[in-house]
Design a protein around this ligand. Sequence first.
Ligand code: AMP
Ligand code: MG
Ligand code: MG
Length: 254
Amino acid sequence: MASSNTVLMRLVASAYSIAQKAGMIVRRVIAEGDLGIVEKTCATDLQTKADRLVQMSICSSLARKFPKLTIIGEELVVWVDPLDGTKEYTEGLLDNVTVLIGIAYEGKAIAGIINQPYYNYENNEKQQLREHRNEAKAGPDAVLGRTIWGVLGLGAFGFQLKEVPAGKHIITTTRSHSNKLVTDCVTAMNPDDVLRVGGAGNKIIQLIEGKASAYVFASPGCKKWDTCAPEVILHAVGGKLTDIHGNVLQYHKD
Ligand code: AMP
Ligand code: MG
Ligand code: MG
C-alpha cells in the first residue's frame, strides 16, 4: 500500500507540471493563429491542433516518466482530455477551456488535475494594457492560467471554495451540445437561473466556486475523460457526480 501511495503522489506531482505545460501549448496555438480545425463526427464535434499537440505532449511525458504505467494499467488508469471545451476554444470563449488529467485506481477516480490555461485572461489583458501605458506594474491580476488539483481523502487545491447564495438553485449545462432531453431535464429541476457554458471541467469549476449549484448533462457525448478529473475535485470538497440514475461512474480501462 505504501508503495502504491508513493506512485500516486509521484504521478499527481508529474501530472500537475504536465498539465501546466499543456496549458502553455493551448495558449501558443491561439497566439500562432492557426487552429487547424478538423470536424470529427459533425460541426459541433471538433478537434484542433491544440487537442493533437497536447495529447502527444501528455502521453509522451507520462510514458517517459512512468515507463511501467501500462504494466499496472489494469488497476491504475489515467484518463486524459487534452482540451476540454474545443467548440468554445474555436469560438474564442477561452476561459471555458481546460486540460484534464484524471487518475483512477481499481475503477474509482482518486486524483485529478485541471489546468485552465486562460483563467484571468480578461484581467490579464487589462493589466497588460495598463503596463503598456506604464500605469501599473505587474501584480497578481496579471497571472494567466491556473491549475486546480485534488486527491480523494486529501482535499482539493488551487481555488477558493464557495457556495451559491442560500436558497438559490442555479443549474449549469451544455452550451453547444443541447437537445430536448437536456432542456426538459433542466426545466424539470425548476431552477432560479440557468447558465450555458462550454466544457465539463469548466462547469465543475463553476460548482466549486459557487457560481452554480448543479451541473446537468442528460445526454450521451460526455466521456469518462471529461468527468474523471473533475469528479475527484468535486468529491474532494463534498460534492457528488453520478450518472442519470444516481449510480457512481466506473473508470476501469474498458
Ligand atoms: P459541453 O458541456 O457541451 O462542453 O460538453 C462536455 C464535454 O462532452 C465536451 O468535452 C464535449 O466535447 C463532450 N460532448 C458533449 N456532447 C457531445 C456530442 N454530442 N458530441 C461530441 N462530444 C460531446
Ligand atoms: Mg472534453
Ligand atoms: Mg477534448
